[in-house]
Design a protein around this ligand. Structure first.
Ligand code: NDP
Ligand code: 8X3
Length: 252
């Protein structure tokens, strides 16, 4: 296909699987994350295996100056971004609101909301100038239903839902597709991050049923980019078959 796909948060989970999926279909990638070694290892693997070009950019999406300078400094040919996948994100902590950790709240809002906005602010003008492009925001079932102790994480994903709709409205006259993919429970590093390295608590989230895998999300993200030019998936919610709502998971 030979498009340029810009994926944030490609050092793990969904982002890494999304990078692999687009790479195996012959696209060139810009991949980002804060863990430089993981990013460079992935770039090397994808270049060697799939004979594509990969540009690894190590930066923190929460830092406006880092986002701006990474995108401004892109070589001209890499500025022709066809697809931006705003994937980098996290949940930190699971506490009732009156016991919430303010630093956890700030990490979630700064990453999931402000980081996504910074990326969109600097990449979308490149798409507008070319009158083509596709922005895919990774939301969550947490952006559709609020669950106990989800408070700020849910708030951040409700914000992604609203920002995605607003982005679509503002960019519709520029021929830019804007899609939200909103998954339910998927087994990645997500719960280890949420529970701050408590492996037994993290593993427990995925016991007794088959959760989504990162590959399931990658297949879905790839699918929405394969549709004809006049067709856009605005919004797509996917969950494990064993999950019926944010809190309703059938465990054997
Ligand atoms: P992982 O923890 O496995 O991966 C998260 C990725 O985001 C990592 O590559 C991490 O890279 C990157 N990231 C986190 N913070 C930053 C930052 N400040 N700057 C740059 N990169 C960052 O989680 P998932 O793959 O599961 O999550 C991906 C997205 O999907 C998130 O937005 C999450 O909210 C959402 N989601 C996840 C679900 C799940 O059940 N797993 C369900 C629904 C939505 P690094 O640490 O190297 O910076
Ligand atoms: C991640 C899924 O249900 O833990 O966004 O919020 S959930």
């Amino acid at each position: 296909m030979n498009k340029i796909i810009f994926i944030t948060g490609a050092t793990a989970g969904f982002g890494q699987a999304i990078a692999r999926k687009f790479a195996e279909n012959g696209n060139n990638l810009i991949i980002t994350g804060r863990r430089k070694i993981l990013l460079e290892e992935l770039a090397k693997e994808l270049i060697t295996t799939f004979d594509i070009e990969v540009l690894p950019l190590c930066f923190d999406v929460r830092k406006l100056e880092e986002v701006e300078s990474a995108i401004e400094a892109l070589p001209v040919k890499w500025k022709k971004i066809d697809v931006l996948v705003n994937n980098a994100g996290l949940a930190v902590g699971l506490n009732p609101i009156h016991e919430g950790v303010v630093d956890d709240w700030e990490r979630m809002i700064d990453t999931n909301v402000k980081g996504l906005l910074y990326m969109t602010r600097f990449v979308s003008p490149l798409m507008v100038a070319r009158k083509q492009g596709h922005i895919i925001n990774i939301g969550s079932i947490a952006g559709r239903e609020v669950y106990p102790m989800g408070n700020v994480y849910c708030g951040s994903k409700y914000a992604v839902d609203a920002i995605t709709k607003g982005t679509r409205i503002d960019l519709v006259s520029h021929n830019i597709k804007v899609t939200q993919i909103a998954p339910g429970a998927a087994n990645t590093e997500f719960s280890m991050v949420r529970f701050k390295g408590d492996k037994s608590r993290a593993d427990n989230v995925y016991i007794g049923y088959e959760p989504l895998s990162a590959v399931d999300i990658a297949e879905t993200v790839y699918y929405v980019t394969t549709l004809p030019a006049h067709v856009n998936i605005n919004d797509l919610v996917l969950m494990p078959t064993a999950q019926a709502s944010a809190v309703n998971i059938h465990k054997e």
